[in-house]
Design a protein around this ligand. Structure first.
Ligand code: PMP
Length: 430
């Protein structure tokens, strides 16, 4: 059945025709995905793309990595779900996270990143008895109410509370303070004014939900110091950065250790996972009596297939030069794109880190969300729509980042750069 027919069926029975907020893309509303393997995805009409969207980030090894797929299949043959006690795989995964991630002594598994950030804030409030949460403009931490505000805000909404959904109690939104990213000064001011009421500060150490803003060392250090001084819990949301940039996450790279860490996406290479880890004294609030004093539960937490996927992913990341490969390709892409846009006289900031890249169409700097308001969204989206015509998939939505995986090759990068030049030229000529 072709895509048009299938997507019409979808829209009749699935609101908006898709199962997650940003899967419906203007200009691509009939997209039905049929297959994914390595660096490629294929739609139901048989059209193939080199995939740099990468499902918003999980398949660091590439889609359907054979070692991960085999581990999942083997787990499925042995145990689907018992829902009582623990499994050896869960123990091994928690031991591995404690070994790899500087801020993690103990950890718990969830099925999604949102559940991990939800429980991070719950336990921070439980530990401190305080109400307020600090988040930063441009960061995304999932769909739950306390953090459902100020991600990609329109210019007139920056600086105000800007919920991403209706249906949230105003008092929940009011308990979240939104600060500009990379402003140590704003952090100091907020803690000076509200420190005694701040339960937690949560931050994407690299805000990849608006592409890539690199944190200035002083910013993360100040956040750490102010949280320590005020007795507030510092949460690094490493759902994207964890494993992708380093096995120990951005905290390993920056040397700034949070009290709690959330992980997801790349740690299981595409299987539904989240993890919350951190200081033992905080994490133990989830367990000093069964189910308490802070409650934590989930029917599918630590699902054997997902745990097997995570363990297989870690094994491969440790045994093979995955990071070297994706970092080298990422650097080539960023350098190549910079040269192309410079050559064409297109104002562009090609940002990124390691395997992540994004071309903003603007002049620099790109330090904070308000800088990104200068990005030419029409050019950003138009350029990516043209890339689709060359068989290159970068999500044609404003400010979205792209990723390379272990399955991408140098030839894929050559192809991307050729396509980029043609797409940019065509976009300029229109
Ligand atoms: N935190 C960050 C940094 C994320 O990027 C995301 C997902 N994009 C989440 C949390 C939420 O994860 P999930 O979609 O698995 O609930």
């Amino acid at each position: 059945m072709n895509q048009r027919v299938l997507s019409e069926r979808a829209r009749r029975v699935i609101p908006g025709g898709v199962n997650s907020g940003q899967r419906s893309v203007p200009g691509l509303t009939d997209l039905v995905i049929a297959h994914a393997e390595g660096a490629r995805i294929r739609d139901a009409d048989g059209r193939e793309y080199v995939d740099y969207h990468a499902a918003f980030g999980p398949p660091l090894l590439g889609h359907n990595d054979p070692d991960v797929a085999e581990a999942v299949a083997a787990a499925g043959r042995s145990l689907d779900l018992a829902g009582v006690g623990v499994t050896q795989g869960e123990i091994e995964l928690a031991e591995t996270l404690a070994e790899l991630v500087p801020g993690i002594e103990k950890s718990l598994l969830t099925s999604t990143g949102s559940e991990a950030t939800f429980h991070a804030l719950r336990v921070a409030r439980a530990a401190t008895g305080r109400r307020l949460v600090v988040k930063f403009q441009g960061c995304y931490h999932g769909w739950h109410d306390s953090v459902s505000l100020n991600v990609i805000s329109a210019p007139d909404r920056v600086g105000a509370r800007d919920p991403i959904s209706t249906g949230i109690l105003p008092e929940v939104l009011e308990a979240t303070l939104v600060l500009p990213f990379n402003s140590a000064e704003a952090v100091r001011r907020a803690f000076a004014e509200h420190g005694a009421d701040i339960a937690a500060a949560i931050v994407e150490p690299v805000p990849h939900n608006v592409g890539c803003l690199l944190p200035e060392p002083e910013f993360l250090r100040t956040l750490r110091e102010e949280c320590t001084k005020a007795g507030s819990v510092l949460v690094f949301d490493e759902v994207i950065t964890g494993f992708r940039h380093a096995l120990g996450g951005w905290q390993q790279i920056s040397g700034v250790t949070p009290d709690l860490t959330t992980l997801g996406k790349a740690i299981a290479n595409g299987y539904p996972v989240g993890a919350l880890g951190g200081r033992a004294d905080l994490m133990d609030l989830f367990s000093s009596r069964p189910g308490g004093p802070a409650f934590f539960a989930g029917t599918y937490n630590g699902h054997p297939a997902v745990v097997a996927a995570a363990l297989a992913t870690v094994r491969k990341l440790r045994a093979e030069p995955v990071h070297e490969h994706v970092f080298a390709l990422g650097a080539r892409i960023r350098e190549g794109l910079t040269a192309i846009f410079d050559g064409l006289g297109v104002p562009a900031v090609v940002a990124g880190y390691g395997s992540v890249f994004v071309a903003y169409f603007m002049t620099g700097p790109a330090r904070t969300y308000t800088d990104l308001l200068r990005n030419d969204a029409e050019m950003f989206i138009g350029y990516r729509r043209r890339l689709l015509g060359h068989g290159v998939f970068e999500l044609p939505l404003n400010l979205k980042r792209s990723h390379v995986s272990y399955a991408h090759t140098g030839a894929d990068v050559d192809h991307l750069l050729e396509a980029a030049e043609q797409a940019a030229r065509a976009q300029l000529a229109q």
